[in-house]
Design a protein around this ligand. Structure first.
Ligand code: HEC
Ligand code: HEC
Length: 346
């Protein structure tokens, strides 16, 4: 591979990022590509990180949602802040500029046909293509994390994004305040009200939306629900950046101690990704178990189980209690969680 002189490269990259923003830019893209040497190869990831302002990213995330929904929005917000701060190689990512996003919304406001934009991670919308699974705000933010730090650092950061998503009463109070005070970047809001807040205890779009709708009385197709998700996109991107900042300074655990719910901790005493099938290691993950499992009947049968910690238990249900009572607490289990073999089949 030939080394590309940096100056020549930046020139090409600027043309490329300028052209790629245009929805009908296929021809332009081809032209831009011509200005890059044929054997040009983007640098390998990760591309590095510098401290970002979470409040700025919260606003970008909110704006991003208006064009690329939750998945595209949170990814765009973090990547845009990185591009502005670090420049190359983040200039290589085809990200429309903030001004272009705002012009798009202004055009809509004027009743004109706005330019089309398409975003990376936009498929995250509505829990992946409206399927209601993982919320796009978390998904898009996680994708951006992969650009910033080595893959080995990804899990502790992304797990915290997920945990934040489960526990935060969305939309965050700051987001509500920005909307009411008109501090967000959009020219026209879907709703400027301070919206009801609720924690979903789930990373699923389906659960998050349904619980919020139930609490607020707004339908899932309402402007208010959409505005809520715009704020959540900002909130999640802002937290991701808070975590990235903390990781940069080496104080992730202080800034956001990874505390799983008490239920999850008790279940994970036995149910974690492991090799002993009979001991319960036929499940994996750390979502809040209790958001879906509440029938513990299978655990009521008598058994001769001694827990891994040598405690005798009469029933599986007893074991779950022993798990927590014996002080196999959040930290032991969370510790095991993050120590799972990183390159095990996922
Ligand atoms: C002390 C170990 C232990 C703890 C703690 C524990 N389980 Fe289990 N669990 C098991 C084992 C072993 C089985 C398999 C039992 C069997 O099939 O006879 C099982 C079975 C299950 C099943 C499958 C039931 C079925 O229909 O076959 C579910 C669901 C489950 N556990 C959920 C949970 C949840 C949720 C928690 C926490 C609230 C929990 N378990 C805590 C050991 C445990
Ligand atoms: C989003 C909902 C959801 C969450 C959260 C969840 N589960 Fe499950 N889990 C399921 C479903 C659905 C199944 C399949 C149940 C079935 O088909 O019987 C399942 C299956 C299982 C099984 C195997 C059951 C079997 O039939 O053998 C275990 C054990 C289990 N889950 C434990 C857990 C634990 C422990 C947690 C928390 C760390 C958890 N689950 C979180 C929905 C969930």
């Amino acid at each position: 591979m030939k080394d590309l002189p940096r100056r020549k490269f930046i020139k090409g990259a600027a043309v490329l990022s300028g052209a790629a923003i245009c929805g009908v830019a296929t021809a332009n893209n081809a032209k831009a590509a011509e200005t890059l040497p044929e054997d040009f190869v983007p640098p390998p990831m990760p591309w590095g990180y510098q401290e970002l302002d979470p409040e700025y990213v919260r606003k970008l995330g909110h704006l991003g949602y208006y064009l690329e929904e939750c998945g595209g929005g949170s990814f765009w917000a973090i990547m845009t802040a990185l591009k502005e701060k670090i420049g190359y190689p983040y200039t290589l990512v085809p990200l429309p500029t903030q001004e272009e996003f705002i012009e798009h919304l202004e055009a809509k406001k004027r009743g004109e046909k706005p330019k089309h934009y398409q975003g990376i991670m936009q498929h995250g919308v509505g829990g992946v293509a409206d399927y209601g699974s993982l919320c796009g705000a978390a998904n898009g933010a996680a994708a951006a994390v992969m650009f910033a730090f080595p893959a080995a650092d990804m899990k502790p950061i992304v797990q915290r994004i997920m945990r934040y998503y489960e526990t935060e009463a969305f939309p965050n109070a700051k987001s509500n305040q920005y909307a009411v005070n008109d501090e967000f970047l959009v020219p026209k809001y879907k709703s400027q009200k301070s919206l009801p807040r609720s924690a979903s205890h789930s990373v699923l779009c389906h659960v998050s939306v349904a619980k919020w709708c139930e609490k607020s009385g707004y339908a899932s197709g309402s402007k208010e629900r959409s505005e809520r998700c715009a704020r959540i996109t900002g909130d999640t991107a802002a937290m991701a950046v808070t975590l990235l900042n903390a990781h940069l300074k080496g104080n992730l655990e202080t800034v956001f101690p990874l505390k799983l719910s008490e239920d999850t901790v008790s279940c994970r005493v036995c149910h974690f990704k492991g090799k002993k099938y009979e001991a319960g290691q036929f499940a994996r993950g750390s979502m809040e178990c209790a958001s879906c499992h509440n029938d513990m009947t299978p655990h009521m049968a008598e058994n001769k189980l001694k827990t891994a910690y040598g405690t005798d238990v009469g029933t599986w249900a007893g074991a779950a209690v022993v798990g927590t009572a014996a002080g196999i607490g959040t930290h032991a289990v969370a510790g095991r969680f993050s120590k799972e073999e990183p390159h095990d089949e996922e």
